[in-house]
Design a protein. Structure first.
Length: 549
């Protein structure tokens, strides 16, 4: 079965009119003068020696997909790449070449692997490649793409983790190169974002930092900065084509010179919106927080059925999503927890269920349905069989089920048959890292600021406990009596989970063995290395690789 991300890439390739039978040689504008290229190439060159003998090639592209730099030591791979026009100066964006590691990573702004026949272009079917975006440490914009490529027969499972490590190293070097001006602008942005939930953008001649609301406005940042330079006070009250009005324009000075500004915009009443010029069409859902999108999708699904199973890992917010989905309706929300059967008694719980299902004008949510035993499931099924049904009505009965129980077919058929085959699955928090970051950052007074490295750790964390774990972590942050929390302040166990979330099963086992050896020998690295049967240099390397302290 072809992966969803590959199918979506194929669809985009077809819509862009990409020819699957040939590789076009479209020239871009290569420039090695960009900060990303100046920082990345030394990092990649030093890493290249380690890859000798791995039959791989390293590629670096500009933000438009133009190939800036290439390294390969295998003559066979080099000649095959040359024949396929993988040469410096050509564009490898998805709209030109179709599905490929470099171009698809650029299009989706996330790491991706493309193997053999997953390439849209048939001429690339002999290659396996992984691509990862390189993000600016301040603005988080994609400033380039890194790719590791090999022939299919030489492909290794280490390609993707090696690539991510390289991209991370480059981003760390970029952060070290970041100017004082950019850091100053970032501080102003974070401070303003904590004060308001409106659209916030910090702008200067060469820096733009915006939250999701401001990004969705399609602002002409260059024109906005020119207007600010003419007089910051004149910008207040400026009506934007998105239907918002600038309410705050706070200038940023250094040495008495205007070097930037913090701009806040809020929505205007519909009657007051002025749109002097048409703007290009855009999909507003692209800038919605993942949680808002989940609730909207659940609300849409709920309007098509009267009964629904809501599936998700423990702590993903299944009941919270259901409450939010009906919050603006006239339907009353009632909840019956299946985990309380033993507490209230079997007969009393069934009596409560019987009374609740008779109210056809309310939504009844059976929480933790997978906690019921077979006997109670059969009794509940009998009650639901007799419950009144209204054809064409909106959602009246929902049940929440753990993803583990649902996907393992642990629910008795007698209860599953009470629900239509349509289900709704809440994605885990690790797939909604923007929600986690918003919960931790936009908390106002009492919440310390997170360093750039901690923000990255939050985004990489697998959050196995989902929202429950996030809430406990937030409470821990509030109790930290310091203005800024850095990685040195974070609990080692939490940091270990960040690393484990990106390890293979074998790597996780190795990481656990090293951590155990260190504990057993009181942190003595020499003794731990001896117990593990490895050299101290190997132990130190693995400590850095697995981020063990």
């Amino acid at each position: 079965m072809v992966r969803t991300e590959i199918v979506e890439s194929w669809r985009r390739s077809r819509l862009n009119g990409v020819d699957p039978d040939r590789v076009p040689c479209v020239e871009g504008e290569p420039s090695l003068d960009s900060r990303t290229a100046r920082v990345a190439i030394p990092v990649l060159t030093s890493m290249a020696d380690v890859l000798i003998g791995a039959n791989t090639s390293l590629l670096l592209s500009a933000p438009d997909g133009t190939l800036l730099w290439r390294w390969d030591e295998d003559s066979l791979l080099r000649s095959r790449l040359n024949r396929s026009s993988v040469v410096i100066g050509t564009r490898w964006s998805e709209d030109v070449i179709g599905t490929n590691g470099l171009g698809t990573a650029l299009e989706t702004a996330r790491a991706v692997t493309v193997n053999g026949t997953e390439h849209f272009n048939e001429a690339l079917h002999d290659f396996a490649c992984a691509g990862a975006p390189i993000r600016h440490p301040v603005t988080h914009r994609v400033t380039g793409v890194l790719s590791v490529t090999s022939l299919v027969e030489h492909a290794s499972s280490l390609m993707a983790p090696t690539l991510l490590r390289l991209a991370h190293d480059i981003e760390e070097e970029l952060y070290g190169e970041t100017s004082m001006h950019e850091r100053q602008m970032l501080r102003h942005f974070l401070a303003e974002r904590r004060r308001t939930r409106s659209a916030v953008v910090v702008v200067s001649a060469d820096v733009v930092i915006a939250n999701s609301l401001a990004t969705s406005m399609d602002l002409d940042h260059s024109a906005l900065w020119q207007r600010i330079e003419g007089g910051p006070d004149d910008v207040i009250g400026l009506e934007l084509s998105s239907g918002s009005r600038v309410t705050v324009c706070r200038p940023v000075h250094r040495g008495g010179v205007l070097v930037g500004a913090v701009v806040v915009a809020e929505e205007m009443p519909a009657s007051a919106v002025v749109r002097p010029t048409p703007t290009r069409a855009r999909d507003p859902r692209r800038q919605e927080r993942p949680w808002i999108r989940v609730v909207a999708q659940l609300r849409s699904t709920a309007s098509t059925t009267d009964r629904l199973l809501v599936v998700g890992e423990h702590g993903t917010g299944k009941r919270a999503a259901l409450r939010a989905a009906v919050a603006d309706s006239d339907i009353a929300y009632r909840e019956l927890d299946c985990a309380t059967v033993d507490e209230v008694g079997h007969e009393q719980w069934l009596a409560d269920a019987r009374a609740l299902v008779e109210h056809v004008d309310e939504l009844l949510v059976l929480a933790h349905l997978d906690d019921l035993d077979d006997r109670t499931c059969r009794a509940l099924a009998t009650i639901l069989d007799r419950a009144p049904r209204i054809d064409g009505s909106d959602l009246r009965l929902a049940a929440t089920v753990s993803a583990a129980a649902f996907h393992s077919d642990l629910l008795p058929r007698v209860i599953l048959d009470q629900f239509p085959p349509l289900t709704f699955e809440i994605p885990p928090l690790r797939k909604r890292t923007d929600d986690a970051l918003t919960r931790l950052v936009d908390q106002g007074v009492g919440m310390p600021r997170l360093s750039h490295e901690v923000i990255q750790a939050v985004q990489r964390h697998p959050w196995p406990g989902n929202h429950r774990q996030l809430e406990e972590f937030r409470r821990w942050l509030v109790r930290q009596n310091r203005p800024v929390v850095t990685t040195a302040d974070l609990p080692p166990a939490w940091l270990h989970e960040v690393t484990r979330g990106h390890l293979t099963a074998m790597q996780a086992a190795e990481s656990d063995a090293i951590a155990t050896a260190l504990r057993e020998h009181g942190g003595n690295k020499a003794a731990a290395a001896t117990a593990l049967g490895i050299s101290r240099s190997s132990l130190y390397r693995k400590l850095r690789e697995y981020r063990l302290r």
